[in-house]
Design a protein around this ligand. Structure first.
Ligand code: NAP
Length: 565
């Protein structure tokens, strides 16, 4: 089915911006309500993250079976995940499968980059304008802009001089890149860098990794999923999603009942041996709860992981460079890897420590550090994203009275439940800051939010409400709550995108904490948003006001899994 061709001047009940994992599901739910809804997407096709990030090695590091949508039994029954941690091409096929199954593509317009969204106070409607000048209007505006959709790269002298190929991992060319026989540089060793380095190391002639700060990484443990295993998984989907619902991060891993201090050091090591050697995030998400909050517990685990790294890297000096010294294990987002550490045992791979010899400039032929000039055919920037806020900042979003979201969020975002913003009527943020989606297994987080946003729109429709928005008081309370949750976790100390750090954006280099994610865990988040819905959307101001808030039961996000029973 072809995508929709949107004409200027059209009116829609709802416009969703972004055709990624969130936008696809949000569209389905609004069409279910009978709304005339459309998705606008800047890229040439749907898929968001899984459309853009085509670098070698790009794959889930959540278990595939926990990453799929849970809302449709048919989708669960029909889709076969082929690998435990599914690769990008397969993930894109999956999202297309879902979109085609529900005939969603004809409600999507591609190649439409939104420049501004402006609320008209008199009419109570939003005007959405594309960079090409097309103008649409709608009653409800839903932002599904993605959390990691705006890449950032170093502000280096000479970037425009390099004569070879150069790209950010997010913009890896759609045509295959011939790496054989090439001298390749990778700058950045986050989750993306670690995936791409491991995937290309055996293909290239020379690989130079420019590392500024190492990350703690642990084995992914990928493998195929057979037909028989998939049949078993299908019979256990309800159980799988129930575990995800109980776990703070929405994963299939749960912390043990015993605490760190309930067991002996020997028992802890035996437990960690089993977690480290098992697939997935168990070593992080299935570990003792104290590793997230208690310095001593975290330090003991970090010592253990450092030992495992030392065992895998032949050169002790290189091993030491790969072991983080400035933060403990799990305090930043843990990349999962496939033989990453062993890459540094290959004779044609070199690790350059930028903390000792920073990059000074890019030249026509390569990169110069403080110590040396390097020549390359290809430079890959795996330097991360303007996380969470980038997508919002690049659209001119103006609410009531011309108020700009960008200005309101200049010193950090402030939202109600991560989904509403005071002063921005009928604007819903289906994935964004201060929500559970930012800190959880993504689809598990966004399903909750999409359901809640859909419920609020339905409620507004049933009550003939013209506009709704968060009250300032409710928003301040939520933002304070989000902030207070940071004080409980060691993550608050990290220089990472969870705290708003980004060395490539002016003003964000020094790591002044921005409270970007909700650290209270998914179960607590779910309880909270459901309570709000049950109370007739407490903290939401309706115009005209709803006299008897309890007249009708509110539609709410599901108590537990949204898996179709
Ligand atoms: P990232 O975690 O922000 O890592 C960026 C890396 O680039 C860091 O090593 C950083 O070093 C380095 N860097 C940035 N600017 C630099 C500069 N000017 N000079 C030298 N080095 C520089 O970004 P990412 O790896 O793209 O990952 C972002 C997030 O995407 C992850 O946390 C994860 O949530 C998601 N992701 C998920 C998957 C998956 O699900 N499988 C895969 C990949 C990514 P410093 O640490 O010193 O700043």
């Amino acid at each position: 089915m072809p995508a929709s061709k949107t004409e200027t001047g059209e009116f829609r009940d709802a416009i969703i911006i972004g055709a990624g994992v969130t936008g696809i599901y949000q569209l389905k739910r609004l069409l279910d309500l009978g709304l005339n809804a459309i998705v606008l997407e800047a890229a040439a096709d749907l898929g968001g993250t899984w459309y853009n990030n085509r670098y070698p090695g790009a794959r889930f590091d959540s278990e595939s079976v926990s990453y799929g949508y849970s809302f449709s039994r048919e989708v669960l029954d029909e889709w076969h995940w082929k690998e435990r941690f599914s690769p990008q091409p397969e993930n894109l096929r999956y999202l297309n499968f879902v979109a085609d199954k529900f005939d969603l593509r004809r409600h999507m317009t591609f190649g439409f980059r939104v420049a501004s969204t402006i609320f008209d106070d008199a009419e109570g409607l939003w005007t959405v304008t594309g960079e090409d000048g097309r103008e649409l209007r709608c009653r409800y505006l839903v932002l599904a802009l993605g959390l990691l959709s705006v890449p950032t790269q170093p502000r280096l002298e000479g970037l425009d001089r390099f004569k070879g190929q150069m790209f950010h991992t997010h913009a890896w060319p759609h045509q295959p890149v011939d790496l054989a026989g090439k001298r390749v540089a990778v700058i950045g060793t986050g989750a993306t860098g670690i995936q791409v380095i491991s995937a290309i190391a055996n293909e290239v002639a020379e690989l130079t990794v420019f590392q500024r700060r190492p990350n703690w990484a642990a084995p992914l443990g990928n493998g195929p999923i057979s037909e028989a295993e998939m049949t078993d998984i299908r019979s256990r989907y309800d159980e799988i999603f129930e575990i995800c619902d109980r776990s703070p991060g929405g994963f299939v891993h749960e912390s043990p009942v015993e605490g760190f201090y309930d067991v002996t050091p020997e028992q802890r090591r035996a437990f960690w041996d089993s977690l480290y050697d098992a697939p997935g995030f168990g070593i992080w998400m299935g570990n003792y709860r104290e590793i997230f909050t208690d310095d001593a517990a975290n330090a003991e685990l970090s010592t253990y992981i450092a030992e495992r790294i030392r065992r895998r890297v032949n050169d002790p000096q290189v091993a030491e460079k790969l072991i983080p010294k400035d933060h403990g294990f799990g305090v930043q987002r843990v990349p999962l890897e496939s033989k990453y550490y062993e890459v540094y045992n290959l004779p044609h791979v070199r690790l350059v420590d930028l903390s000792e010899t920073p990059i000074q400039r890019v030249t026509e032929t390569g990169v110069e550090t403080a110590a040396e000039a390097f020549e390359f055919d290809i430079i890959v920037f795996a330097t991360g994203f303007d996380a969470i806020l980038g997508g919002f900042d690049r659209v001119d979003i103006r609410g009531a009275g011309g108020r700009r979201l960008r200005d309101d969020w200049r010193d950090g975002p402030s939202t109600y439940l991560g989904m509403l913003a005071n002063g921005f009527p009928n604007l819903l943020i289906a994935t964004g800051p201060q929500s559970a989606s930012a800190s959880a297994n993504y689809p598990r987080g966004i399903e909750l939010m999409v359901e809640w946003c859909t419920g609020l729109i339905q409620y507004a429709q049933e009550h003939n409400v013209r506009t709704f928005e968060a009250t300032q008081e409710a928003q301040t309370d939520w933002s304070e709550h989000v902030k207070s949750m940071y004080s409980l976790v060691l993550m608050r100390k990290a220089k990472s995108w969870f705290t708003g750090y980004n060395s490539n954006i002016e003003g964000r280099e020094h790591g002044k904490t921005r409270y970007l994610v909700y650290n209270g865990g998914q179960p607590r988040y779910r309880r909270r948003i459901n309570r709000v819905a049950d109370a007739g959307y407490a903290g939401v101001k309706f115009d005209p006001p709803i006299e008897d808030e309890n007249a009708r039961p509110a539609v709410k996000a599901p108590e537990a899994s949204t898996a179709a029973k």
